[in-house]
Design a protein around this ligand. Structure first.
Ligand code: PLP
Length: 381
């Protein structure tokens, strides 16, 4: 199998799987239990928190573990809307966010908030100036992702934070950094975001674990009252539910492995992306979509050939790429639509995404299969 869909999810390294298994078998205590294996499990969770917080460049006490990036996004958005409720009900986000941000924003619209959805330019970019133009006295939340999952575009979080500061805005800044964590280096303490969402399975951890980083402007005491999950008070009262110790151990191990060879991995992915660009754009009929700078995501289009057919054809040959976010499951992508791409370009979009394991030979196989597809299948009329 040739796996070129690392933005959807990533393979779990053997060492991570071993850590998960060891935790399940040997450290199965409940971190809230008062005896030996309970205390060991508690210490394990706290070590995991330190590892992930360190990789994020923040303090462990400000990191809340969640069940996934989606939960982190939902929590951040609800929490910011709640914290700002005496200031206003206006939210700014982008039209190209993941549905884990767009859907909670739509829910808040139903509950009386108004939401401005910033449109990207034709290359998929959003600017800090757009945020400045949309900012209002009653804006309580700005939610802009760090890296777009379908184009690889990196959004200017630092500049957006500067815009909020210089306007004296009370709005909290949330970033969905699920595709940016350990792909586009940043530090939580200097990025300027108040809330940062990440997910384990995009960096070699098991699915079902994520984290939300709460910056100093987030009122954690207030947030507890509006935790998505209320119950036994785990995660400092911010996210009840018995801690998923095995997943957390896997998350921390995956972070450790990535961090140990981060510079090499980033340089490797960037080189593979450059190679893919050259090989794929050399195919007659293939164009680039967007100008995403993240090292692991490249969007192209085989113009006029429906991407659902391409994905199926490649899949039959053991090559995994996607037609956009895995969450669309075949529906047209709101991201490519928002970029106003010509219909025939939009129809043929493929997202190719890389990991530290990707080889040039994987790209060669993809390029050959795409050429075959072009030469043997009918384009749309
Ligand atoms: N945000 C972005 C940008 C993503 O790419 C994804 C996953 O595809 C998510 C959020 C959701 O993360 P999870 O799958 O951990 O819920």
């Amino acid at each position: 199998m040739i796996y070129l869909d690392h933005a959807a999810t990533t393979p779990v390294p053997g060492e991570v799987a071993d850590t998960v298994r060891d935790t399940l078998v040997h450290q199965f205590g409940n971190p809230s239990s008062q005896y030996g294996i309970g205390r060991e499990a508690k210490a394990l969770v706290s070590r995991c928190r330190e590892t992930v917080a360190q990789a994020l460049g923040g303090q462990p006490g400000r990191l809340v573990f969640t069940s996934c990036g989606t939960e982190s996004d939902n929590f951040a958005i609800r929490l910011a809307a709640w914290q700002g409720r005496h200031t206003g009900r206006h939210i700014i986000t982008t039209a190209v966010e993941h549905s884990a941000v767009l859907e909670p924003c739509k829910q808040l619209e139903q509950e009386g908030c108004s939401v401005t959805y910033l449109k990207p330019d034709k290359n998929g970019n959003i600017t800090a100036a757009q945020v400045a133009e949309s900012l209002r006295a009653d804006t309580v939340l700005v939610s802009v992702m760090l890296v777009n999952n379908e184009t690889g575009c990196v959004f200017p979080l630092r500049e957006i934070s500067d815009v909020l500061k210089s306007a004296g805005s009370k709005a909290l800044l949330h970033t969905d950094a699920v595709q940016g964590f350990l792909k586009v280096p940043f530090r939580a303490d200097t990025l300027g975001a108040d809330l940062i969402s990440v997910s384990g399975h995009k960096i070699g951890a098991p699915k079902g674990v994520g984290a939300l980083y709460l910056g100093a402007r987030v009122n954690a005491e207030q947030a507890k009252k509006h935790a998505l999950l209320a119950g036994g008070g785990q995660e400092n009262g911010l996210r009840s539910g018995t801690e998923a110790t095995a997943q957390l151990a896997g998350f921390a191990k995956a972070v450790e492995l990535r961090c140990a060879a981060l510079d090499e991995a980033l340089a490797h992915m960037a080189a593979i992306k450059q190679y893919a660009l050259e090989q794929l754009l050399a195919i007659d009929g293939v164009v680039r979509v967007g100008d995403g700078a993240a090292p692991h995501v490249l969007a192209v289009s085989l113009v006029g050939y429906p991407s659902a057919n391409i994905v199926e054809d490649l899949s039959a040959q053991g090559i995994c790429v996607s037609a956009g976010s895995a969450c669309h499951r075949g529906k047209a992508s709101h991201v490519y639509e928002a970029m106003n791409l010509p219909k025939k370009v939009q129809s043929g979009v493929l997202r190719v995404s890389f990991g530290p394991e990707t080889q040039e030979s994987d790209i060669d196989a993809l390029a050959a299969a795409l050429k075959r597809h072009r030469d043997t299948r009918f384009p749309m009329l």
